[in-house]
Design a protein around this ligand. Structure first.
Ligand code: FMN
Length: 307
């Protein structure tokens, strides 16, 4: 399947596994790349030497291109940006700000730069800064979100920029993939469906919560602080929302969620942990290998798009 995104990234299928803190480590990233998509190591707030180790371990499992997701607010972002160049990483996706200050270094090293954006204004800014493509991410997504939906954001970003647009948020099967292409996207990025992949190291308790979730089982916390996060409803979200309603400070709320994603991913604490997942969790109902996921989506989408 050839699109502007497969050509740009040198991959077989235009399916990207979104960078995911704790979840997107080398096993998952390598498996997605080996299956013909683009696997991404989520650097989140990891120190640079851990990111380097993750990249090297992924390289042992695949010779295909891999990516790293850099959270620009991370205090280690400068060092992580350098590690990406030193390790010859092919693709970088960025979140939480503008990667402008790293752009020259990355472009000189041949790294493809793909910022994740939640608005037309940000997409235009990123194009002007030299981005090779953008991920337009709607608020159906798991994790940190903006305010526009995928359905409305993707075509508006497509109209506003000349670089390829990758759609994210709520895409979990061939129908979503085909719909994204109808909206003008040239690729898709998925998170929630890969959380439950066989190669994902996410604790089974967390995977089962995603698999059993219904359409309305996600909750957005942090609206009042300007840092909204979508996750599956549990004791933690109920406590968080109660505190938010009572006017708790940003620090109090942060304290409640300190290390909570790690707790869910690594320890399977589905009561006090943060179970980041999108609205599409309702249609993610089985654990499959990354190859099965990608093949199933491509077959379904090809049939729909060739109708
Ligand atoms: C568990 C989890 C963690 C995530 N962490 C990050 C992250 O660290 N950086 C980032 O840019 N996006 C993050 N995301 C967003 C994904 O990369 C992706 O864009 C999103 O999941 C797509 O929407 P979907 O969940 O509906 O497929 C995360 C998503 C999930 C589900």
């Amino acid at each position: 399947m050839k699109t502007a995104v497969t050509e740009l990234l040198g991959i077989e299928y235009p399916i990207i596994q979104g960078g995911m803190a704790w979840v997107g480590e080398y096993h998952l990233a390598a498996a997605v790349s080996e299956a013909g998509g683009l696997g991404i190591i989520g650097a989140a707030s990891a120190p640079a030497d851990i990111v380097r180790e993750q990249i090297r371990k992924a390289r042992e499992l695949t010779s295909k291109p891999i990516g790293v997701n850099v959270m620009l607010l991370n205090p280690n972002a400068d060092e992580v940006a350098k590690v990406i160049v030193e390790e010859g990483v092919e693709v970088v996706t960025t979140g939480a700000g503008s990667p402008a200050k790293f752009m020259e270094m990355w472009k000189a090293a041949g790294v493809k730069v793909i910022p994740v954006v939640a608005s037309v204004a940000m997409a235009k800014l990123m194009e002007r800064a030299g981005a090779d493509a953008v991920v337009a991410e709607g608020m159906e997504s798991g994790g940190h979100i903006g305010s526009a939906t995928t359905m409305t954001l993707v075509p508006q970003v497509v109209d506003a920029v000349d670089i390829p647009v990758i759609a994210a948020g709520g895409i979990a099967d061939g129908r979503g993939f085909a719909a994204a292409f109808m909206l003008g996207a040239q690729g898709v990025q998925m998170g929630t469906r890969f959380v439950v992949a066989k190669e994902s190291i996410v604790h089974d308790n967390y995977k089962q919560k995603v698999i059993k979730a219904r359409d309305i089982d996600s909750e957005v916390t942090g609206m009042s602080t300007g840092h909204p996060v979508r996750q599956i409803r549990n004791k933690m979200t109920r406590e968080y929302l109660k505190l938010e309603k009572e006017g708790a400070t940003f620090e109090e709320l942060e304290y409640l969620t300190l290390g909570s994603l790690r707790k869910a991913v690594m320890e399977g604490d589905v009561v006090n942990g943060t179970l980041m997942a999108g609205q599409c969790a309702g249609m993610v109902n089985k654990e499959q290998t990354c190859r099965q996921i990608i093949q199933e989506i491509i077959q379904e989408a090809s049939a729909l798009l060739n109708k």
